[in-house]
Design a protein. Structure first.
Length: 410
C-alpha cells in the first residue's frame, strides 16, 4: 500500500490494492463500487472459471489466479474482497488473514458460529481488519434512518418492520443453493440483509427470536420464506418477513424501483416460468454461472455505470416507528410521516450504480486511517447468530435467546 506518510509527501491519497476472490454475480455487482473508489486500485483476481479470469485480466490489467491461496500470497495486494460461495468463506478469510491481507467477506459471514469465531480469531491474531458485507444496511437511506433514530428527534424507537417478496428461489441455482445444510435457501442468502438492517437501526442487541419458516416447493427443498419476530434488549420489536416464491413483489410498494435502484418492469411469476424448461441441475448450474462476471448473461445494468435513471438501492419495504413518527426509505431519500404530515429528506446518490460504495468507504477508512469498522467480524457473527436462531426457532417451535450480540458502535 502507498502509506499515509508517503502519500502525504507525494500529496496523494493512499492507494489500497485490492484482490478479488470469486468472480461471480456478487463480484460483478461490487466491482464498479470498488473500481470507482478514488483510493483503490484493483490489482488481482482469482476464480476457477477461465472465462472470468480472462475478462478480468483484460479489464483491469491485473494478475489472475485459479486458486484463492495464490491470490492471497501476492505481494501486489493489501486487501481481498471474498465473494466465493459461502461454504468457502471461513477457509478463504483465514487464508487471507494468515497472509496479512485485510478482508471484506460477503454475507453470510459463514455457516456456523464456530467458523465465525475462528475467522475473528485469525483476524485479531494477524492484526488485519475484517468487514462483513455488502448488506443492505449500507444503503444510504438506511444509514440516514439510523442517524434520525439516534438523534432522537422522533422520540424513542418502538418497532421496525422489514418485508421483502422476490423471485429469489427461481433464479437459476447450483444444487447446494437448494440445500439448507450447505448454506442454501433464503435464511442464509437473503435474510442476513434483513437482519443487518434491523440490527443496524435497532442498535444491534437482539434479545430473542421467534420464527416460522416455509419450504413450499418440493422441487426446491430449502427455505423460501420466513416470518420472524425479534425483540431487542431495550424492548423495541421487529418483524422480518421474506418470500422468494415469485408471486407478490414488494417493489410494487417501492414505486417499481428494483433492489439496485433501477427502474423495474412488473413481472410477477416471470422468473418461475423462465425456469420451467430447465429440468437438468447441471444446465441450471451452467445458467447460474453464465450470469457471473465474464459470463454471457452478466447483467447489462451491472456493466453500465452510467444508468440514465438512478435511485438508491433497497431491500423490500422497511417501516421504522418511533414514538412521534414513522419513516421509510424512498427511492431518493427517507420519507417521514409525523404529527406535521408527510415529508421527504433527500439523500445524496453514491458514485456508481449499483451503489455499494459505503462498504468500500467504511473499509478504506478503517484500513488506511485506522478508522472505526462498524460491520466487523463480531457484527457479522451476531447477524449470523440471528439467522441460525430463525432456523432453530422454526424447527423447535419456540423462542430462542441469543448470546453473541454486539451493539452498533456508530
Ligand atoms: N451482498 C450481496 O448483495 C450479494 C449478492 C450476491 C451474492 N452475494 C454473496 O456472494 C457470495 C458469492 O455469491 P455469487 O452469487 O457471486 O455466486 P456465484 O456462483 O455467482 O460466484 C461465485 C464465484 O466463485 C467462483 N468459485 C467457486 N469456488 C471457488 C474457489 N474455491 N476458488 C476460486 N473461485 C471459486 C465461481 O467460479 C464463481 O465465479 C455468496 O456468499 C453470496 O451470498 C452477496
Amino acid at each position: 500500500m502507498l502509506t499515509n506518510k508517503s502519500a502525504r509527501k507525494a500529496n496523494r491519497q493512499p492507494i489500497l490494492r485490492f484482490g478479488i476472490a470469486g468472480l461471480g454475480g456478487a463480484a460483478a455487482s461490487m466491482l464498479p463500487s470498488i473500481a470507482r473508489h478514488p483510493g483503490v486500485k484493483i490489482t488481482a483476481g482469482a476464480d476457477l472459471r477461465e472465462e472470468a479470469r480472462e475478462k478480468f485480466r483484460g479489464e483491469f490489467q491485473a494478475e489472475v489466479y485459479e486458486k484463492v491461496e495464490d491470490l492471497c500470497k501476492s505481494r501486489n495486494i493489501d486487501a481481498v474482497y471474498i465473494a466465493t460461495p459461502h461454504e468457502f468463506h471461513a477457509a478463504h478469510v483465514m487464508m487471507a488473514a494468515d497472509y496479512r491481507k485485510h478482508v471484506i467477506v460477503e454475507k453470510p459471514m459463514a455457516l456456523t458460529i464456530e467458523d465465525c469465531e475462528r475467522m475473528n480469531a485469525a483476524a485479531e491474531r494477524n492484526g488485519i481488519r475484517l468487514l462483513v458485507g455488502h448488506t443492505h444496511s449500507f444503503d444510504p437511506p438506511i444509514l440516514k434512518i439510523r442517524e434520525i433514530v439516534r438523534g432522537g428527534e422522533l422520540g424513542r424507537l418502538g418497532m421496525i418492520h422489514t418485508w421483502n417478496f422476490t423471485n429469489f428461489l427461481y433464479r437459476p441455482r447450483r444444487p447446494e443453493e437448494l440445500d439448507t445444510n450447505l448454506g442454501g435457501g433464503v435464511i442464509f442468502n437473503q435474510v442476513p440483509h434483513q437482519i443487518d438492517i434491523v440490527r443496524w437501526i435497532g442498535g444491534g442487541l437482539v434479545r430473542s427470536v421467534r420464527s416460522t419458516t416455509g419450504i413450499w416447493d418440493p422441487t426446491r427443498p430449502t427455505e423460501g420464506s420466513h416470518a420472524t419476530y425479534l425483540e431487542f434488549l431495550d424492548g423495541a420489536a421487529a418483524t422480518v418477513v421474506y418470500s422468494g416464491y415469485d408471486h407478490f413483489d414488494t417493489d410494487e410498494f417501492h414505486f417499481w424501483i428494483g433492489e439496485s435502484g433501477e427502474p423495474k418492469e412488473p413481472g410477477h411469476g416471470r422468473t418461475r416460468k423462465a425456469l420451467r424448461n430447465v429440468t437438468d441441475p447441471h444446465e441450471e448450474a451452467r445458467l447460474r454461472a453464465s450470469s457471473g462476471y465474464g459470463g454471457s448473461r452478466q447483467r447489462r445494468a451491472i456493466l453500465s455505470a452510467e444508468q440514465r435513471e438512478r435511485h438508491h438501492p433497497h431491500f423490500g419495504i422497511t417501516i421504522v416507528s418511533c414514538e412521534r413518527g414513522d419513516m421509510r426509505p424512498s427511492p431518493d431519500g427517507v420519507l417521514i410521516y409525523d404529527n406535521e404530515g408527510k415529508r421527504q429528506i433527500p439523500v445524496t446518490l453514491g458514485r456508481v450504480a449499483p451503489d455499494k460504495g459505503r462498504v468500500i468507504d467504511e473499509f478504506y477508512d478503517a484500513v488506511v486511517n485506522d478508522g472505526p469498522l462498524y460491520h466487523d467480524g463480531r457484527w457479522g457473527e451476531a447477524t449470523l447468530e440471528v439467522c441460525l436462531a430463525i432456523l432453530r426457532s422454526a424447527r423447535e417451535k419456540r423462542e430462542v435467546s441469543l448470546s453473541h450480540q454486539v451493539a452498533n458502535r456508530d
